[in-house]
Design a protein around this ligand. Structure first.
Ligand code: ADP
Ligand code: ADP
Ligand code: ZN
Length: 208
């Protein structure tokens, strides 16, 4: 199954993608994780992407489309995947129609006030991509999955968060009607608890 997770920053896409991918044994393709790794390794793509990410802006479509095209061609994607954070613009979604057949789009809907709280408390593991919230970490500073030190993303600081929400409403939210029009969209209330959301995504995908 080829699945897209759509939703604003902080909606829980990464959290749920990790869980659903583990349950279905398919890869999670997070363009944000790929870019953060590229920045850490100072690859040419990473160097190009950094200033956009730091400003809370989107990385240019052609850079992202190339990354996704390469990633989807790899062997582990042939039995399905979850795209987490891609597409984020109409041109990206149009490019994707030439690369992949999408079976389902899951929209996690959460209002801005909730998102600001979630993003300001988010802690991430750059090594394995696991995501945590400070309110649930009990003072722990390392990744429960792999032991790496957790960090706060620079773009989760308050000033950048507001830019990212504006960018979402302007550039990514139009994809809701794009996929509604194709009959692929399933909206889930992302303000519910993580377990409830997980169950409703599994039901929506027809797996239990
Ligand atoms: P979040 O999980 O908060 O939604 P991501 O980790 O998906 O954020 O993305 C972080 C940043 O990486 C974005 O603000 C943007 O700069 C860049 N990025 C990630 N995916 C894309 C994409 N599909 N198109 C353009 N930029 C992207
Ligand atoms: P996204 O990938 O959409 O940007 P994340 O999965 O990284 O979002 O989640 C953003 C923050 O919100 C993280 O700190 C995460 O632990 C927390 N979070 C995720 N889902 C929920 C939920 N259903 N309820 C409360 N907090 C959540
Ligand atoms: Zn980790």
């Amino acid at each position: 199954m080829n699945i897209i997770f759509l939703g604003p920053p902080g909606a829980g896409k990464g959290t749920q993608a990790q869980r659903i991918c583990a349950a279905l044994n398919i890869p999670q393709i997070s363009t944000g994780d790929i870019l953060r790794r590229a920045i850490k390794e100072q690859t040419p793509t990473g160097l190009k992407a950094k200033s956009y990410i730091d400003a809370g802006k989107l990385v240019p479509d052609e850079v992202i489309i190339d990354i996704v095209k390469d990633r989807l061609a790899q062997d582990d994607c042939q039995n399905g995947y979850i795209l987490d954070g891609f597409p984020r613009t109409v041109p990206q979604a149009e490019a994707l129609t030439h690369i992949a057949n999408i079976d389902s789009v899951i929209e996690l809907a959460v209002d801005d006030q909730h998102l600001i709280n979630r993003l300001s408390g988010r802690r991430v593991c750059l090594k394995c991509g696991a995501t945590y919230h400070i309110s649930l970490l009990d003072g722990k500073t390392t990744c429960a999955a792999c032991g790496e030190e957790l960090i706060q993303r620079d773009d989760d600081k308050a000033e950048t968060v507001l830019n990212r929400l504006t960018v979402y409403h302007d550039q990514t939210a139009p994809l809701v009607s794009f996929y509604e029009g194709k009959g692929l969209l399933h909206r889930i209330d992302g303000a519910q608890g993580m377990d409830v959301i997980f169950q409703s995504i599994m039901e929506t995908l027809g797996v239990k």
